[in-house]
Design a protein around this ligand. Structure first.
Ligand code: DX5
Length: 219
């Protein structure tokens, strides 16, 4: 079944410890930390120190999504902070193989993310080497956007490539995942879904929000 990774981008930073522990308790597969540098995307968000503190309190993994212009300059900091998965964007990287090798030589998982307007052809040659491929279903840089359904065609295409070539990478979807579309995400063939506002919104508890996503998968 699709695994759910809450994104702390949508969380109240003043309640991060409490909210991440609640997410862990009620079924989160891992925590996703959206790192933004104000260059690749306009906003600035978290640094490696947040990952270090989260790593001390959580048992589940931490995925760091590097929405930064120069991911190679950040890898060592986040690896040392305890990131379990490091995802960088193909749009920012010229030395992709070196980034993959560096992350995996540190015994961590390497992921590549592609923007909505980036085709799979741009990453196909790396699929046999990476641990995860993240299909962005929103334009990176902001939480609370609507899922771009057409991007799920890339998920279906990736699933076919995986199965035809017996490849082991996980397919992650990131952006706009809600209870009314998570079944579409699952049926397209995704393994992991990142969800921010669907989980860390003030209307319901994190427990109820996670359960609503899990229940929607069973419909
Ligand atoms: C965009 C971020 C968001 C976030 C998920 O750059 O990557 O996709 O993780 O946020 P929601 O679930 O609110 O779209």
């Amino acid at each position: 079944m699709l695994k759910i990774a809450p994104s702390i981008l949508a969380a109240n930073p003043l309640n991060l410890q409490r909210d991440c522990l609640e997410a862990e308790k009620y079924g989160a597969y891992r925590i996703s930390v959206d790192v933004m540098d104000g260059h690749f995307v306009p906003d600035i968000t978290f640094g490696h120190n947040i990952v270090a503190y989260l790593n001390r309190i959580l048992n589940i993994d931490i995925e760091v999504h590097l929405m930064v212009e120069n991911p190679s300059s950040q890898l060592e900091l986040f690896l040392n902070a305890g990131a379990d998965v490091l995802t960088f964007h193909i749009e920012t990287s010229s030395d992709v193989n070196r980034l993959i090798d560096y992350i995996q030589s540190n015994k961590k998982k390497a992921g590549i993310a592609i923007n909505p307007d980036t085709n799979i052809e741009n990453v196909e040659k790396y699929l046999e080497y990476i641990d995860e491929l993240t299909v962005m279903t929103v334009v990176p840089g902001k939480g609370g956007q609507s899922l771009i359904v057409d991007c799920l065609d890339k998920v279906k295409q990736l699933r076919k490539i995986k199965e035809m070539n017996n490849l082991g990478f996980d397919i992650q979807v990131d952006g706009g995942v809600k209870k009314d579309n998570i079944k579409l995400v699952n049926d397209a063939g995704a393994d992991i879904a990142v969800a921010g506002t669907a989980i860390f919104n003030s209307e319901n508890s994190i427990q109820n929000n996670l359960q609503a996503l899990i229940d929607a998968l069973r419909l």
